[in-house]
Design a protein around this ligand. Sequence first.
Ligand SMILES: [Zn+2]
Ligand SMILES: [Zn+2]
Length: 362
Amino acid sequence: MTTASTSASVSAHSETPTVPDDVPATMRASVLLEKGVVEMQERPVPRPEPGEVLVRVRAVGVCGSDVHYYKEGRIGDFVVEEPLILGHEVSGVVAGVGAGVPAERIGQRVAIEPQRPCRTCRQCTTGHLNLCPQMKFYATPPIDGAFADYVTAPAEFAFPIPDSMSDNAGALLEPFSVGMWATGKAGLAPGSTVLISGAGPIGALASLAARSYGATRIVVSDPIASRREKILEFGATETVDPLASDFDPARIGADAFIECSGATPALLAGLQALRPFGTAVMVGLGAEEMPIPVQHIMNNEITLTGIFRYVDTWPKVIAAAESPDVDLDALVTAEFPLEEAEAALTQEPGEDSMKTIVVVSR
Ligand SMILES: [Zn+2]
Ligand SMILES: [Zn+2]
């Protein structure tokens, strides 16, 4: 399986891949065969293509989308029609490089931005690569994800992480990127007031991102008291109970609203919480259609938008994670080894569970 050597004679930008001899020919992979059926398999270790790195996976975050593919076999138009390796929130160590990538990268700890855009379509060439129609994204059918010992990624999408960052935190840079992209799209500036609905992992990461954008009033709404309490450790400055009889969203006067719950009433309350000319960003996956207060949006020139993944957020989240206010490790409430990936997908989340990590290697 391995052909090139790692000796000093290998040039920095080799014409051939450099995969050291300690990389095996086969690996373990946790494969979703069909809805509700996961099997451990032995698969060939992928070869890095030109411009790619081969990464020994260490930690993979479990995302709601992974659970959804496991339980339903599909998310909207994306349908699991052949066996699929789940997992797209990944950290690891560079184990080999494709042609054109410096061999010096081998041994580097990295977090992976799990998308492979085509780079030539109109969206890609105008800075909107997240909307590339030819996008290949980990764990989105038919592209395999990272519940496996090794993955390949474009070299520039494998971002070096500092020694101070844990493997788990490196994996959580992916959902943190969702929060960062949403926060950027909400137009937050120093001194902003933002309302975030939903105190789950994405609500927490959006709160931390809002703080890094300089928002000074970060109001998080959630009906569960223990979640409201916990979110205060993740950037929120105050919380509200949307089911309380005295809850009046209009009193919040938010510059921006980030919807992270997927609940229709949360979206409607958030639109009322905005000051005129405010911006609402939809992040949570909920009903395919929701009734919108058109008159309210028009009369107040409210901007209502959504997000789909992210563009160029890893440098931002790596920098933000250096802040002493940001403790990504504190978000991890469960860990499972790779062999128990199915248990990670099927565990009943408690009220206080946030992120689950599949530990592939240490
Ligand atoms: Zn995710
Ligand atoms: Zn493209």
